[in-house]
Each structure stands twice: as structure tokens, then as C-alpha cells.
Design a protein around this ligand. Sequence first.
Ligand code: ZN
Length: 133
Amino acid sequence: MEKLEHIGIAVKNLEEANQLFARLLGKPHYKIEEVASEGVKTSFFEIGGVKIELLEASTPDSPIARFIEKRGEGIHHLAFEVKDIAKRIAEYAENGFTPLNPQPKAGADNKKICFLHPKTTGGVLIELCEENQ
Ligand code: ZN
């Protein structure tokens, strides 16, 4: 892994959370992006080179809706930047981790992404991400 790229936080109401995090971080979000394939609407803040990704469910059966139902709002995942993500996914699978998708898929913020199942990562949902070239 190259670095912590962002921290994903599940929220019920993106507009309210945007205001809260703007007050908390002292700067506004710099973009909003919907990822229809994942059932999420996201917004991004940047602070000291690390991003905060707020995630609101855009459909009732979105993984974010299910997460909030079970665990409430809060930290949803940690995302680490990797190089050559397809190869990394195969390596993690070989090393006892459980990628949720065998091939990279499209994420927010111009990224290819893959999640590792939290059962295999100490209870923390981990996202691998790589910027599209
Ligand atoms: Zn993310």
C-alpha cells in the first residue's frame, strides 16, 4: 500500500453532514459525486493530503443504507492507494484476504476500487484504490 488515501464515513443526510464537516475541518467539501452503480452519493473534503469521503445511500438497498441500519452513522471504511490494483487484488486473495470483487470496479473520484471483507481485516472494511490514468 502507498498511503492512506481517504476515510469513508457513512451519513444519513449528505447536506447536513457537509455542513457539519465543513465546521469541523474548517473548509468546505470540494466535490459531490454520485456513483449509481454503488448506490451512493459522495462528497469529498481534503485535509493535509488525506481525504474524507462522506457517503449517503442513494437507494434503499444501498450497502450504505444497510450499514447505517445495522451500525448507525460513522466510519465505514479506510481506503489505501495501491499501484497495479488488479495484481494487488490477486495477491491479497492469495494471502488469505477476501476481496469483495475479483476485478477492480469503478469508484468515486476517478478511481478503480476493490473492498476487502472486514472478516479478514480485523473488522475494518478496507478499500484498495488506484487513480484511473
Ligand atoms: Zn472510499
